[in-house]
Design a protein around this ligand. Sequence first.
Ligand code: PEP
Ligand code: MG
Length: 873
Amino acid sequence: MKKMVYDFSEGNASQKSLLGGKGANLAEMTRLGFPVPSGFTITTEVCVDFLENENEFPKGMWEEVIKKVRLLEKTTGKKFSDPKNPLLVSVRSGAVFSMPGMMDTVLNLGLNFETVEGIAKKTGNPRFAWDSFRRFVHMYGDVVLGVEHELFEEEITKIKEKKGKKLDTELTADEWKSIVRAFLEIIEKKHGKPFPMDPIEQLKGAVKAVFSSWGNARAIKYREIHGIPHDLGTAVNIQAMVFGNLGETSGTGVAFTRDPGTGEKKFFGEYLMNAQGEDVVAGIRTPHDIEELKKAMPKIYKELYGLQEKLEKHFRDMQDLEFTIEEEKLFLLQTRNGKRTAKSAVRIAVDMVKENLITKEEALMRIDPKSIDQLLHPQISPKADRIVIAKGLPASPGAASGKVVFSADDAEIWANRGEAVILVRQETSPEDVHGMHVSKGILTQTGGMTSHAAVVARGMGKCCVSGANISVNTKAKKFTAGKYIVSEGDIITLDGNLGHVLFGNVEKIPAEIHGDFEIILSWADEVRKLKIRTNADTPLDARRAREFGAEGIGLCRTEHMFFDVDRIEKMRQMILSETKEEREKALQDLLPHQRSDFEEIFKAMDGLPVTIRFIDPPLHEFLPQKKSDLESLAKKFGKTLEEIQNRVESLHEVNPMLGHRGCRLMITYPEIIEMQTRAVIEAAINMKKKGVTVYPELMIPLVGDEKELIFLKKILLFEAEQVIAEEGVKIDFSVGTMMETPRACLISEEIAKEAEFYSYGTNDLTQMTFGFSRDDVGKFLPHYKELGLIEKDPFASIDEKGVGKLVRESVATARKHKPKLKIGVCGEHGGDPASIDFFHRMGFNYVSCSPFRVPVARLAAAQAVIRERKLKK
Ligand code: PEP
Ligand code: MG
């Protein structure tokens, strides 16, 4: 039979998938002799089994638990139900990937009317004992028995009003005692059964509740946001309680071995005296800086400092630890690799290599490529006018502006309308995660650098200011900050680097790549095999991408050059032309614009390849809708409004994405490809004359048959030769195709014969392989995800099984016939780390992505190589 329960002394850090992150690390710390309260862990496998079998424990598991309870009683010298020296335990979740605050916890388990007296006597502090008992009954009633949290809160308020008291701390032991009795009555009434007083029964209920909380709505949402699989389950840790709320020589805190916001090598943390762990994280009281502990309890500080140094060395990563001081004795309750901002991740990785703690390869693997686009997020311009309306803690860096909202649900509603929002809360809790996810930034009134808001915002890479000197009125949807009143919908800016709240939308500037970030990317460049190109349609994008390290352009969508107001009209004229003459005239108007854009792009990419794709406009994107546009066009054409309307109507398509676009458009109107070829070659020649090194790659979109390629190539080559002859300057260029229809992939042998390069258009390829419209997928995909019918959005991350199969087989066929064929990708997937790993494995030459994702892709491509090396080993 499989072992289902592990004492902390039996496990180690390598057993994370079985014991969960928390359990494995508690075991490791126990093994190393750190001061960890004793306990044991029920495995994640038990949770999976439990959830699959209608919430029944697997056979034999409970007997194992009882054995471990007895062992725990032996090691602590305390006993469940012993009125003289009772054992109290905490019951906490602990999944493989940390999901802070998302699942349930029960503290102070083991209390009943006998043991509470025992605790009162032992501590000489009846108030503490009864306060703990009411906390336990409340938590258990809520988490295990499903009685609404508010009912308990109301009861406390009632008694406080009756006694004329304001704060919880003013209530006496006897008052807490009567509250406990009232709580028990509420539970019996709501739950239908009396509250369990036997600790073993209490434990059974708590373990079941923690397992079940794997499936609660907020845990599911969290896993969706962070891409954590739903079938892993959570372990449960049962640990002897230690108390940080035994009086003024007790306390509790959270600490990081380095600064999780900046990465600075500096012990960082916060604590509260006479408090339980939840008080620090929940952000209700604003805690003290760990530096103050140095003065308040020098011996404890020294011990803690030593332990954190050892922990970091041992785990070779920045640690996030929880500690409790019980009557001047220090305990560690948890350690884990700390969540950090991208800025901090980069600095820590580089520093740790310099400190010889980790290798360069490890450093590269430590950084989540998805997170590093945070480093390219805008910062507040040093030149901007700053009207500071409030100050708080710089909980998560960056800058963000948006309209103020006061609840997570409102954040979602406003964001769905396309608004940028800043979520303002007194403090955040796990229930707010969905709203935080869609907000640009988060502002809270209370809470420190380790509050829920701070930790979650850093994890999401969002700017956050916590503990600001504001007064939030959630009901009235406004907050006051000194003389300012800010209401829902007003615009503010957060400066997460300084912790400032600024009035209005303050000017921002894009970040640059320098310092440690540059070092990491240069290490990535040493390792990666894939070239990284960019999708850029304008000279500005091209220049920016090159600054970010792009090694060429993988896709220049020529139709996008005509999105601006002046030019779109010319493009519309071209589309709406009825005769070849009309079209040629419109094209002649477009030619100089195209040529000058190409010249600028060639200049920006001097010495690097530039792939220019012939026009591919799904017509609906360009057809005029507004009457004023139609009238203006009619005037230009010298036609009536009605004639133009008729033409627009005649161009209407039922399925524009599968309609008259891509190479089909040029096959019906060859003058388009003639004009565009001329523009590219003339621009290349003009630039070459100026000393720029140009490598144009001309690309034909949406090909489904080699005959399409042959037909268009003939026109293209004829025109190019003509321009070259006219100018008397030779230009090397190549002609390739996009691979974006399933048929092209299926007949790769024939296509490869005609193409000098392949560029996979995985947007259309995904659309056509699934038969999911790119533009309409939002209507059903979220539901598919909820139902578990699809795991991730195939338009964001390549579907290896289906679309990937077409890619794999078409690459293999093409390379069989043309081993040196250059192959790249320019769909959205070119900037997605998981897809980049796939393209690396498929032997692609390059990926191409939007300028801001170029650094992401550089790192992801290096990680793909490292992963492959590890596998080979
Ligand atoms: C694609 O289909 O993947 C592609 C890059 O082309 P577009 O997105 O312009 O259709
Ligand atoms: Mg396409």
